[in-house]
Design a protein around this ligand. Structure first.
Ligand SMILES: Nc1ncnc2c1ncn2[C@@H]1O[C@H](COP(=O)(O)OP(=O)(O)O)[C@@H](O)[C@H]1O
Ligand SMILES: [Mg+2]
Length: 385
């Protein structure tokens, strides 16, 4: 590769204008790239930073064509995109990473599971569910998890059923069934792979979920697990992305069972909520790493310099409308606390409005401060529900 770049180094077309996009755009600017964001919401969090937005649906073929035509490369921050239009653009010679064909496999969770199974990657047992009738559920056996094949996120589209009494809560769209895993912990590993096949993982992290709404509410990095397990998790994540021939950053979610077995839960073909701490705690953060990967640049150093925890700032229940951040000054006064507010114009209960990363010399100290943060800061709204 000739090592001379013009400015901008690359014009990146970004599908999706949410918080992941916003952090990606910040990293892009640092590297001397410019970005155009495609999102239906004018003034989206990512577009506020990029300065350029095409206001349109993520799957609108005409809008995707306009985006690809005005940029050197297209990437995305969400997976719910119509892949046919992307495939056509790819055939015409536009660079799109991760590749649309892989996105098509991953965005259908059942096809994703089939792919993983065929590649020899351990997953919970699963079956397709052409008809969501009681006979099929009984035949598979409880406890089970019913999952929407498409369009699910943050636990929407996932129903855990301990026994047949829960059958009434079933989903009616296209779904499949999975064995319920009694997990010791939920882990995640971020992996970056560039167009030349160079592949690196970050250290394994531990995700602690909100008991009701399934949104990640506490992240511990590195995971509080034996090194041997962390090494196996990282090797498994690397193997998964290699098997997919993936280009970009991927978040690999896993279950650690009580017998020390690792099962892949799902793969996100994008930067991931479990990697936000990399901004402050690692040499190269996940967003810059994604750009390096898709641009064919050398991957950055994934070393973590300090223990970190991360909490999501979710819209408090009972409020909507323009956000009011209560307790901001109190948390900013705590050393090692880094606040990220996503610039969303309106809050609603459970909506991801920001996050806070805490770094400290020990995980225990970081966790104690994260608990303090959770108790101090709240995202309220101008209207009471
Ligand atoms: N097979 C399973 N066994 C036990 N818990 C599960 C299983 N699948 C999902 N879950 C729980 O539901 C959460 C959300 O499921 P996931 O498939 O990751 O969907 P999402 O796309 O919403 O993240 C997981 O993080 C986990 O806590
Ligand atoms: Mg998940």
């Amino acid at each position: 590769m000739q090592d001379v770049f013009p400015y901008p180094v690359a014009r990146i077309g970004l599908i999706g204008g949410g918080q992941l996009g916003r952090m990606l755009v910040k990293a892009a600017k640092r590297l001397g790239c410019t970005c155009v964001v495609l999102d239906p919401v004018s003034g989206s969090p990512a577009a506020q930073v990029a300065g350029h937005q095409i206001v349109g649906e993520h799957s609108d073929p005409a809008m995707l064509r306009e985006l690809a035509g005005s940029c050197d490369l297209v990437t995305f921050e969400l997976e719910n995109i119509e892949t046919e239009a992307l495939r056509r653009l790819e055939v015409e010679g536009h660079r799109i990473y991760p590749r649309p064909g892989l996105l098509a496999t991953i965005q259908d969770k059942y096809l994703q599971k089939c792919f993983l199974h065929e590649a020899g990657i351990p997953t919970p047992e699963f079956v397709n569910l052409p008809m969501p009738d009681a006979v099929a559920f009984d035949a598979f056996g409880y406890p089970l998890v019913q999952k929407a094949r498409r369009g699910s996120y943050d636990g929407r589209g996932v129903v855990v059923m301990r026994d047949a009494n829960a059958f009434s809560r079933r989903l009616v769209d296209a779904t499949y069934l999975e064995r319920f895993v009694e997990a010791e912990k939920e882990l995640a590993v971020l992996v970056a792979r560039n167009v030349s096949g160079e592949c690196r993982s970050y250290r394994t992290v531990e995700m602690r979920f909100h008991p009701q709404d399934n949104v990640l509410d506490f992240l511990v990095a590195p995971a509080n697990i034996p090194t041997e397990i962390a090494n196996r998790a990282e090797a498994l994540a690397l193997r998964t992305v290699e098997a997919m021939d993936g280009v970009g950053v991927f978040g690999i979610e896993m279950f650690l069972t009580h017998d020390g077995e690792l099962l892949v839960n799902e793969v996100a073909p994008r930067t991931h909520n479990s990697g936000h701490h990399t901004i402050e705690a690692c040499v190269t953060d996940q967003f810059e790493q994604h750009l390096r990967a898709v641009l064919g640049l050398p991957l950055g150093d994934t070393r973590q310099l300090q223990p970190a925890t991360m909490v999501n700032l979710l819209g408090a229940s009972g409020y909507q409308g323009r956000p009011l951040i209560s307790g901001l000054a109190a948390v900013l006064a705590i050393p090692g606390v880094c606040v990220h507010i996503y610039g969303k114009a309106v809050t609603k209960p459970g909506r991801k409005m920001g996050h806070v990363t805490v770094i400290d010399d020990t995980l225990e100290a970081a966790c104690a401060k994260a608990r303090q943060v959770k108790n101090s800061i709240r995202i309220l709204g101008e209207q009471k529900l």
